[in-house]
Design a protein around this ligand. Structure first.
Ligand SMILES: [Zn+2]
Length: 434
């Protein structure tokens, strides 16, 4: 099966490109919307493409032409390097891809995408998403989740005329061709064609790194991908599950304190995912650091289209001096659903886990976002009763919905196979063969 993967810009934040530069052995135009350019082979490289009217301007050292076609598809004898973008972690800074590259003028936006075999794509995703040293059964879990995600991403990419994109900010990370570890190759081949399904359809196979003892319901962490509504309709197979047997009921702040103390203070192994340092963390912020940055960060979240609906200012619309923090609503894992930031100008309410994590971004401690939203606070006061420091205690790394990579590793080491592990993370799901 072949799929189309939209390629992002260098910082993975947009699918729009200013210019596309291609390098490859025997690069040729494979097809275009009409006869123009078909079979063309440039005499020298790199080949550069830009928007030109409704079509494309194509140039290379020594020549150029314009096409009325809104897209060109390129093939080559081996890999095609997209020299206009960079990827971290690859062998070279510019990524190379096995497959066909399509450069398109999609209504005035320059887009690049790759046509690639599903399992070839999967090899790249696994290389980027999970260490090859993980247990073979954990790697198989990741292979099924990633293969399923490619067929059913959370945000549909039909308008881009692709199946998925290559950015972990939107879909799952895919950095192109590299040396494939034999252990990853084994996980892909051993699960060939297998996908996760619910009621006979591929399910939304979300995954993250570490749930910190308990996964969360979909509707408590994500908004509806079409309408932005929060909470969205629940998904029956994305329900929070415990990663161990615990002495305290899940969902409360007391539960989070219990998990944190057991692992961070008493050094107990209490769950399948407590073996990793990602299980718990803490961040300390002085009142000065909070005052210096939080009002900018929260006001920016309130002014940015994709986060604005989840940030509710007080009547004054002003962000005053910070007086304290309180989680008003939690999910089944204890994840913060709504956070109250009490200020001298009124209370700000921030909802949804990723937005809450971003609200604490703080340049003083080089923090872009919290590792998770499964948090509780200790707030220090000065003699006058004013906030003078904040410690945020946290559990887990990532959104904590669906498959947990470190949890799968824990279950696999304890002897479970990938089918057992996946039925734990996606209750009611089944494995289908394409
Ligand atoms: Zn995407």
């Amino acid at each position: 099966m072949q799929i189309w993967v939209a390629l992002s810009n260098s910082d993975l934040t947009t699918l729009n490109h200013r210019e596309v530069e291609l390098q490859a052995a025997a690069l040729a135009i494979d097809s275009s919307g009409s006869a123009g350019g078909h079979g063309f082979v440039p005499t020298s490289l790199p080949l550069k493409l830009k928007l030109q009217g409704a079509g494309l301007a194509v140039s290379w050292p020594g020549g150029s032409f314009q096409t009325k076609d809104n897209q060109l598809i390129f093939s080559a004898r081996s890999a095609i390097t997209v020299a206009s973008i960079k990827r971290a972690g690859g062998k070279s800074a510019h990524p190379s891809y096995l497959g066909k590259i399509r450069v398109a003028n999609l209504k005035g936006k320059l887009r690049v995408s790759l046509q690639v075999g599903l399992d070839q794509y999967l090899r790249g995703v696994l290389e980027a998403e999970m260490p090859a040293s993980y247990h073979p059964e954990a790697l198989k879990c990741q292979a099924l989740a990633a293969r399923t995600y490619a067929l059913k991403p959370r945000l549909p990419h039909d308008l881009d005329q692709t199946n998925v994109c290559d950015s972990f900010l939107c879909c799952q990370y895919f950095a192109g061709l590299g040396a494939i570890d034999p252990r990853i190759e084994h996980a892909v081949v051993a699960t060939a064609g297998q996908v996760l399904a619910y009621n006979g359809e591929p399910l939304l196979a979300l995954f993250s790194s570490n749930a910190g003892g308990h996964t969360e319901n979909y509707e408590n962490c994500f908004s509806d991908p079409q309408s932005g509504a929060f909470p969205p309709a629940p998904l029956p197979y994305l329900k929070g599950v415990a990663e161990g047997k615990f002495a305290v009921p899940a969902g409360s702040e007391a539960f989070l304190r219990y998990l944190y103390n057991a692992v961070a203070v008493k050094h107990e192994q209490i769950s399948a995912d407590s073996w990793t340092p990602k299980f718990h963390w803490k961040v300390h912020l002085s009142a000065d650091a909070l005052e210096a940055h939080m009002h900018h960060v929260v006001e920016k979240l309130a002014a940015t289209a994709d986060t604005a609906p989840y940030v509710v200012p007080p009547k004054s619309r002003e962000f005053g001096h910070i007086q304290g923090f309180e989680v008003l609503k939690r999910g089944v894992s204890g994840v913060a659903i709504t956070l109250k930031i009490k200020t001298s100008s009124g209370d700000w309410h921030v909802s949804k886990e990723l937005v809450i994590r971003k609200a604490f971004a703080n340049a003083d401690v080089k923090l872009a976002r919290l590792s998770s939203a499964r948090i509780f606070f200790e707030q220090g006061e000065d003699k006058l009763g004013l906030l003078n420091n904040l410690t945020i205690f946290g559990l887990g790394f990532g959104h904590g919905v669906g498959l947990q990579q470190t949890g799968a590793q824990g279950f696999a080491r304890a002897g479970q196979n990938y089918r057992q592990i996946l039925s734990h993370y996606f209750p009611g799901s089944e494995i289908q063969v394409l």
